[in-house]
Write a protein that binds this ligand. Sequence first.
Ligand SMILES: CC(C)(COP(=O)(O)OP(=O)(O)OC[C@H]1O[C@@H](n2cnc3c(N)ncnc32)[C@H](O)[C@@H]1OP(=O)(O)O)[C@@H](O)C(=O)NCCC(=O)NCCS
Length: 199
Amino acid sequence: MPPGRLKGPGVGRLRRMPAAWIGGRVNVAQRPARGRRKRLGRYTDAMAADDVRFEIMTSIADAPAVVAMMNGLYDEDPASGRLDRGRFGRTIEIFLAQPQRGSVMLIRVGGELAGYALLVPYFSNELGGVILFIDELFVLPPHRGRGLGRGLIGFLASARPMDAVALGLEVTPSNTRARGLYERLGFAPRRNTTMIRRL
Ligand SMILES: CC(C)(COP(=O)(O)OP(=O)(O)OC[C@H]1O[C@@H](n2cnc3c(N)ncnc32)[C@H](O)[C@@H]1OP(=O)(O)O)[C@@H](O)C(=O)NCCC(=O)NCCS
């Protein structure tokens, strides 16, 4: 995406990030295994026409649609503890204003929103660099199973925003299909369990 097209809060910081972090296209047509080509036909055509885009959200105008997708994610894959859905809009505002804290990545197909991910960087001494944590990932039901989730992760792995040395994510143990996808994409559980204490 040419920098001139970027608008909205935090754009100055986004501009200082590598272009690939701001947005990009992925030719998912090159990715699916031979046997999946037929099922992915609609998307391989769309990808060839550069119709799928992964881009950092820069406009508050997309907020209602993103909040609706956030609700959709937690309806389907409930949170492990209490969840205040009223805070979703605030998360978006914070990410728009302070992109160093994290970003909303939008998945668009033919210009329409098809999904989103929250990308949150943190520095790991153990890994010696930034782990880019995919805090939420959601593809709208009509767009599922066509390579968008895989394409987004492939895009992040090749773009390596913020010079990330690793991608991280959490998966609900019962979400076996999502877990299977992540394992096929090279994610593996860490030995240590993450623990949190709410403050
Ligand atoms: C998980 C998810 C992000 C994957 O995105 P996607 O674009 O559908 O994934 P892809 O097309 O790249 O890959 C398809 C694979 O995703 C996995 N998958 C997980 N949930 C799925 C779903 N509800 N529908 C279709 N595929 C799903 C399957 O392993 C599938 O492979 P299979 O068809 O061989 O079983 C998406 O399905 C989704 O948003 N699911 C609901 C929310 C969710 O569970 N998010 C993950 C939280 S950790």
